[in-house]
Design a protein around this ligand. Structure first.
Ligand SMILES: Cc1cc2nc3c(=O)[nH]c(=O)nc-3n(C[C@H](O)[C@H](O)[C@H](O)COP(=O)(O)OP(=O)(O)OC[C@H]3O[C@@H](n4cnc5c(N)ncnc54)[C@H](O)[C@@H]3O)c2cc1C
Length: 272
């Protein structure tokens, strides 16, 4: 396979001023900033957010409005915690938008988001609601206070919350609910983002029921433009940052790593 990459002015971090920071749920904060380039993103694309002296990390564009873009950040480590602690008026660096997002189809759509995997689904639901006859979103989390975007999503589609401890919505997993909805028929397309074992089960199920499915993958990478090779998927050599992060079920059926392995920061393969 030929590796291609482009280097553009957009590939250098540019400072943007934060307009608003809002807590969405227990561990996720939304950050809004103005940037015409990020605001031109499509659902499923991501940016690289840069905090000088700390790190630069990939984050999905969670929505756009005019020239304002939104990201939703789960505080899991140094860089995400620092981002979640930012205040309006402070600056961060951004580059992008990057990657291949979701392809939007007409018909009926089932969205499935696990944890912070719901981040790109709000933007997607808003766009699909103008195109589709039916849009339903299953949003899962371990507990009710970790469910993301329930109110915002409900403006655009039917929302089914599900929690592992039963503290909100149905008790169970997003996978259980997705299985029930897909088995019940009535969906032409599924769009999935969340923990990879969950996505692997749903992609397999969709294949068996002839539902066209797309899944957004997460891998560790630094360049975001297809150069560093950290996010390569065996055996096809697809790069999550440049050829994804969204892949179709047909592509994923040929990816040995999907649902099984990722690469550590040193590049070695580790079980998911
Ligand atoms: C395309 C893409 C889109 C993403 N979108 C979002 C988003 O919208 N919101 C959001 O909160 N996060 C998102 N992430 C994940 C986010 O980039 C990581 O959580 C972040 O890099 C962690 O940085 P940190 O310095 O805070 O934590 P670190 O100290 O780097 O990591 C904290 C913990 O998270 C694990 N981790 C970090 N990155 C990954 C990864 N890529 N895959 C699996 N485990 C990882 C580490 O192993 C460690 O256990 C996305 C990732 C990708 C690749």
């Amino acid at each position: 396979m030929t590796l291609t990459f482009r280097r553009r002015p957009l590939d250098r971090p540019r400072p943007v001023k934060i307009l608003r920071v809002e807590r969405e749920c227990k561990s996720v904060w939304s950050i809004e900033f103005e940037d015409e380039h990020v605001a031109s993103a499509s659902p499923g694309q991501f940016i690289m957010a840069y905090l000088p002296g700390l790190d630069e990390i990939p984050l999905s564009v969670s929505d756009v409005e005019g020239s304002v873009a939104k990201i939703a950040v789960k505080a899991v480590g140094d860089c995400t915690r620092a981002l979640c602690g930012k205040k309006a008026g402070e600056a961060i660096g951004v580059r992008g938008p990057y990657g291949k997002g979701f392809e939007l189809f007409e018909g009926s759509a089932l969205l499935v988001g696990g944890g912070v995997g719901a981040a790109p689904l709000l933007f997607l639901a808003r766009m699909l609601s103008a195109k589709c006859s039916k849009v339903k979103a299953i949003i899962g989390a371990p507990t009710g206070d970790e469910l993301l975007f329930l109110d915002a999503l409900s403006k655009h589609c039917v929302v089914l919350p599900v929690t592992e401890d039963g503290s909100a919505g149905e008790k169970g997993s997003a996978c259980d609910l997705a299985e029930r909805e897909i088995a019940g028929g009535g969906f032409d397309h599924a769009y999935v983002c969340g923990p990879e074992p969950m996505m692997a089960k749903i992609v397999k199920l969709c294949a068996s029921k002839n539902v066209h499915v797309q899944a957004s993958l997460e891998r560790w990478f630094k360049c975001a433009v297809g150069l560093c090779g950290s996010c390569v998927l065996d055996k096809l050599g697809l790069r999550v940052c440049a050829d994804g992060p969204v892949f179709s079920g047909d592509q994923l059926a040929k990816v040995d790593d999907f649902g099984r392995f990722c690469r550590s920061r040193s590049g070695s393969k580790v079980a998911l």
